[in-house]
Design a protein. Structure first.
Lengths: 89, 133
């Protein structure tokens, strides 16, 4: 199965609502999707897991996916992370 | 992406109307606002307690064709729901054994992604294991 991965640096903290948006979007893909920051990795489809990362501005976050729609999942989630944590956005 | 059809609805049963409303507001917003999250808190006269009539109305309001997950807060809210679901309990209404706020948020987000009732209930119950720190 195709695997895909991309890292970005957060421009803002990952608050509850963006964490929700991320998990909702992840849940619509067939691929398994994970989010990693520092030493913590969680299932991107688990909003409580994503919130539990405690990801803050300046941290590097990696989105990884494995499955038939992995590339699309990573692209979608990275876009959400960028938009949701963009300062003033 | 999968097709987004009818979503599982969520009913939050609390002793306190304000607690149920606040949790519904929070879960609804974190979930992006597409899921029916219906509070059923307090008694008919606005006091602390639970009301089978309120729960019944909330169940009807939450159902959009994919079933409803009910989350109670404490003690007699659980008993109220259990008693009234005796006749209703089936594939379309499931009572979750989950922490109230975390379960509501996890269930709502999972419902918003288009998951079925079984998966939404599982998400709520997995909230027992979510660490905050």
């Amino acid at each position: 199965m195709p695997a895909s991965s991309e890292s970005i640096t957060l421009e803002g903290d990952l608050h509850a609502r963006p964490a929700g948006a991320l998990a909702v979007a992840a849940g619509r893909f067939a691929a398994t999707v994970s989010v990693t920051t520092g030493v913590k990795t969680t299932d991107a489809k688990s909003v409580l897991g994503v919130m539990g990362l405690g990801a803050t501005s300046g941290q590097q976050v990696t989105v990884s996916a494995d499955g038939p729609d992995a590339a699309e999942a990573v692209a979608t989630l990275v876009t959400i992370l960028k938009e949701a944590t963009h300062v003033g956005g | 992406m999968s097709q987004v059809g009818p979503q599982v609805g969520i009913v939050l049963v609390s002793h306190s109307a304000r607690l149920a409303e606040g949790a519904a507001d929070l879960a609804g917003q974190v979930g992006g606002g597409t899921v029916r999250v219906i509070p059923a808190g307090g008694t008919e006269d606005g006091g602390l307690g639970t009301s089978a009539e309120k729960v019944e109305r909330a169940l009807a309001a939450a159902e959009s064709g994919a079933g409803v997950l009910v989350l109670p807060d404490l003690g007699s809210a659980v008993l109220t729901v259990l008693a009234m679901l005796e006749g209703l309990r089936g594939p379309h209404v499931v009572l979750a054994d989950a922490p109230f706020v975390e379960g509501a948020v996890a269930a709502t987000v999972t419902a918003a992604a288009g998951a079925d009732l079984r998966a939404v209930a599982k998400a709520a119950e997995e909230a027992w294991h979510a660490r905050k720190l």
